[in-house]
Ligand binder design. Structure first.
Ligand SMILES: [Zn+2]
Length: 353
């Protein structure tokens, strides 16, 4: 199991804000935080935190902090607020806000399909401020060698992956620009939701990498395993024949004991060998950056038989691309949508035709 990085994040963030802490054992950490911080985070200034539900059963009076705990949300919001350097805004020109209906249609044509409806009509457009988040993790793999890398994920306010190349080329400001200052904002999903999505993606990548690293160690592992097996096979065989040819029970018993000891020894050493070649990984959240990037919210009018539907899509005004449109069943980005009281993507749609 990789180390609980919610624990790392919470304790690191609290320590950075002047908390004093002491490890009490059984996974408990006692934390004393400055009164002002306690007020902002809406927690008592003296808390005993636990990050693991099993440990929490042993100490039910401690505060169990996991994904989705309000303390985690409050801490990230506070950290973002305090370290203004982690918030960035793009400054757009007025012409960046001009999006033609033709442009909308061409973007839709390239990336999104509404099935069983007439061609969508652009009903209205309104610019809003969107927030995107870049999560940076440090990922370390440990087996016979150690590899460490930074994994970065840029997601929109729904936690869907965005391509980061345009963001890397952009000159960012720490305050919203004159055209962005008064835009209505689109509130992002709770941090814990975003975090969990990104964490899952990072975890999947780390796992895939672990497998690759394990494969590259495979032949060396096989050689050592074979060598050990051969050694114990001959040792055990030898003891077996000594047992069979023993002249008395006393001697036979001694060999029997040695046989059992050798078996136990073999099992232990093979387990050690497996352990040494298992690729463990550790994921630690390093930091989160927030990007304020305006979107054009485009309301589309769709007609399905006699029914009129209206649906918003978002155009990222920095990248000039359509934001991922999440399937309303599984929230994965979808390309092809069918309306069945909610918009169902190709991921969840059971085609009847
Ligand atoms: Zn789906």
């Amino acid at each position: 199991m990789p180390k609980n990085d919610i624990e790392r994040f919470v304790l690191d963030a609290l320590a950075a804000e002047g908390a004093a802490m002491e490890t009490l054992g059984y996974g408990l950490t006692e934390v004393v935080i400055p009164q002002a911080l306690a007020l902002v985070l809406q927690v008592p200034p003296l808390m005993t935190l636990v990050f693991d539900s099993e440990a929490h059963r042993e100490a039910p009076e401690a505060m169990l902090v996991t994904y989705g705990h309000p303390l985690v949300d409050a801490l990230i919001a506070y950290t973002l607020e305090r370290h203004r350097g982690f918030r960035f805004y793009v400054h757009l020109d007025p012409h960046d806000y001009a999006v033609s209906a033709e442009r909308v249609q061409s973007l839709l044509g390239q990336t999104l399909e509404f099935r069983k409806t007439r061609k969508p009509e652009v009903v209205s457009m309104v610019p809003i401020m969107g927030y995107d988040f870049s999560f940076r993790f440090r990922v370390a793999w440990q087996s016979s060698s150690r590899v460490e890398e930074v994994a970065e994920h840029l997601v929109d306010s729904q936690g869907n992956a965005l391509s980061s190349s345009e963001y890397e080329r952009t000159f960012w400001h720490t305050e919203p620009g004159p055209h962005e200052r008064d835009l209505p904002t689109m509130p992002p999903r709770p941090f814990a939701h975003l975090y969990q999505k990104v964490r899952q993606a990072t975890e999947a990548e780390a796992k895939a990498r672990s497998k690759k690293l394990a494969e590259s160690d495979r032949s060396q592992y096989d050689r050592e395993y074979q060598r050990m097996q051969t050694y114990y096979q001959s040792t055990l065989q030898e003891l077996k024949s000594k047992m069979a040819t023993s002249s008395n029970d006393r001697r036979s018993q001694v060999f029997q004991e040695r046989y059992r000891a050798a078996e136990a020894d073999r099992d232990r050493r093979l387990a050690d060998l497996r352990g040494a070649y298992t690729v463990d990984y550790q994921i630690v959240l390093d930091h989160v950056l927030m990007y304020g990037v305006p979107r054009m919210m485009v309301w589309l009018g769709l007609q399905q038989k006699a029914e009129h539907l209206s649906v918003p899509v978002l155009i990222n005004l920095l990248t000039r691309t359509l934001d991922p449109f999440p399937c309303q069943v599984c929230s994965m980005p979808a390309r092809s949508l069918t309306f069945e009281s909610v918009w169902v993507g190709e991921c969840c749609y059971q085609s009847a035709d």
